[in-house]
Design a protein. Structure first.
Length: 602
């Protein structure tokens, strides 16, 4: 069957109807099931590549108990974007292959009291923002960090932590869980396995080796068969090349910002998504930066190097496979070993100076400020792999058909008399044209979904490119004929140049689909106005919508905007709901658990 026959138009319609009618818990289960089926289902050879998995096996995941005196393994995952859930699913399947009975539990649904009854525990956890646990793990995190954490004496455990080494607190949540369990008497089987954004290649060896530690820790022999050798598994999670249909600059002439609307074909590519999901884009590095690094190292662009199992030239490796625009502390530590002095070690020991040095620093800066003679293999051994960049999808397939749209703000800045830019945003802005192809992959986000009931009201708060998922939401509700009220609170710098998708929002307002539209353009008056100010100005109405069952969404900057919106929301609940601060915070926690306060922040 050819790719374009995967789904007939009527099948797409039925699929969309089914998805739109599911509640949050059903979508979470289905998302995990499909991810497991595509990426991790075992073939007869033991390789995790075949897109087949028995539904009965998934249903039994929660019900396994120890048999024959064997200790069972509980796999707890806390996920923000779904990666931890996929790793946990893979660990479960590998445990079954090695003869260990296991069960998978979402931390969001796990009661800390049960921890004392577990026999072995594998924690798979991501780190969100600046060292914070993902929302789904927050309650368990707080229980384990407190004085009344459950006893865990002599229980074997291990932690697989997912993070992004470009952030200061890399994999902090994973290290915290390790500390909590060890403090309560747990027996660690290994140090924290800290995975960076390019972790996919490591899973093939890591998962079997971690699972085998639990098999080796069994106090009594089991009748279940066990593998003596650790066999590498294959993980298939590959991006696809998709054609660019259109690229449009959204900002008006004279704007200080540069925002691009990109439309990509999904026809015959198997790119299936829902509103709220993100699109991962695989970029190429700026050729000028690559040439600068080659010149600084005096290495030949044509020298052959190994990247995985491939042999390619150094220029191609630096262009397509390695991170050059960001220097992380881990990269700095590796580079320091190549130097013959302690200058970088001294910098690594001073947290404040290190933070200051890393802001805006790229690999060329490092080579020029701390020159050292390296060969090609040494250079590549220092660098981290180039991860894709994720952008909130700004379209609904129910509206645009075989397309996916994203909204991208170009990052540009100058440092030390050299122009710099974000690797992916400038790739899209400067080097990607109509009729080109781009390597992409869907990243599901089950924590940012429209209510399954189309009659529920929604409040959407976003700044800048944070408006992207709301365009998808409105398109979706329009296409399905949903009757729920919709309120957009949008902010940017200037009305005349930065009102992204203005014509569309005004059209939806005129049609009545967009019930309310409130905007905040911060630089159009002397006193800056932001979305949180608009929220407070209409606090009484906002509280009324929440009381009526509205779902509240936040999309935008993690460091400032999301916190300001949360604070404004709590203030409104206190004032209009006659709550104490503690009561408003408890109310917000309740809304989060119900899926009625959702964030997509970056």
């Amino acid at each position: 069957m050819s790719d374009n026959q995967l789904f007939k138009p009527e099948e797409r319609s039925r699929l969309q109807q089914v998805l739109s009618g599911l509640n949050r818990e059903q979508l979470l289960w289905l998302g995990g099931y499909i991810s497991a089926a595509i990426d991790f289902a075992p073939s007869a050879s033991g390789n995790y590549t075949d897109p087949i998995i028995e539904p009965q096996a998934v249903a039994q995941t929660e019900e396994h108990t120890a048999i024959g005196g064997q200790k069972s393994l509980t796999i707890l995952f806390g996920s923000h974007s779904g990666n931890s859930q996929r790793v946990a699913t893979l660990a479960h399947q590998e445990a079954e292959r090695q003869g260990i009975k296991s069960k998978v539990k979402n931390m969001e649904d796990y009661n800390a009291r049960f921890l004392k009854d577990e026999e072995q525990v594998l924690v798979v956890i991501s780190t969100h923002g600046e060292g914070e646990p993902p929302l789904s793990a927050q309650e368990l995190y707080e229980k384990l960090s407190g004085k009344n954490a459950p006893d865990f004496t002599n229980k074997p455990f291990a932690v697989i932590a997912l993070g992004d080494s470009s952030y200061k607190h890399f994999c902090k949540t994973g290290y915290d869980f390790y500390s909590f369990l060890e403090r309560q008497g747990g027996k660690p089987l290994r140090q924290v396995a800290a995975l960076d954004t390019d972790f996919n290649d490591e899973l093939g060896e890591l998962i079997p080796s971690v699972v085998k530690l639990f098999a080796a820790s069994q106090a009594s022999a089991s009748s279940a068969p066990k593998k003596e050798n650790v066999e590498k598994i294959q993980v298939s999670n590959s991006p696809v090349e998709a054609p660019v249909l259109e690229k449009v600059q959204l900002n008006g002439r004279g704007s200080e910002k540069e925002t691009w609307h990109l439309e990509i074909s999904t026809d015959r590519k198997g790119l299936v998504y829902q509103p709220g999901d993100a699109l991962e884009v695989y970029a190429n590095n700026n050729p000028e930066l690559v040439n600068g690094i080659l010149n600084a190292t005096a290495l030949s662009a044509t020298e052959q190097v190994s990247v995985g199992e491939r042999k390619i030239n150094l220029e191609e490796a630096l262009t397509n496979y390695y991170e050059l625009t960001i220097v992380t502390p881990q990269v700095l530590k590796k580079y320091a070993t190549l130097l013959g002095n302690d200058s970088l070690n001294q910098l690594l020991d001073d947290a404040d100076k290190l933070d200051e040095f890393l802001v805006g620093t790229d690999v060329l800066d490092l080579l020029q400020k701390y020159p050292v003679s390296v060969n090609a293999e040494q250079l590549l051994s220092v660098l981290r792999k180039l991860p894709p960049r994720a952008y909130s999808i700004s379209s609904s397939p129910a509206e645009v058909g075989d397309e996916v749209h994203i909204t991208v703000g170009a990052v540009r800045y100058e440092k030390e008399n050299r122009e710099r830019g974000g690797v992916c945003s400038t790739f899209i802005a400067d080097r990607l044209g109509n009729d080109d192809t781009v390597k992409v992959k869907i990243r599901p986000n089950n924590n940012f979904r429209l209510p399954s009931d189309g009659n529920k009201p929604v409040i959407m708060v976003g700044a800048g490119t944070g408006v992207a998922p709301y365009r998808a939401f409105i398109q979706h509700r329009a296409a399905l004929g949903d009757q729920g009220k919709n309120w957009l609170i949008f902010g940017d710098r200037h009305f005349t140049t930065d009102f992204l998708y203005q014509a569309e929002w005004l059209k939806y307002k005129r049609s009545g689909l967009l019930s309310r539209l409130d905007v905040a353009f911060s630089r159009d008056q002397e006193e800056k106005r932001y979305v949180q100010h608009r929220m407070k100005r209409h606090g009484k109405e906002l509280y009324r919508w929440i009381a009526e069952g509205a779902h509240f969404y936040v999309c935008g900057d993690m460091k400032k905007m999301a916190g300001d919106v949360k604070s404004a929301f709590l203030d409104i609940m206190q004032i209009e709901g006659n709550m104490s601060r503690e009561e408003s915070e408890n109310f917000l926690t309740k809304l989060r658990k119900e899926g009625r306060y959702q964030e997509d922040v970056y």
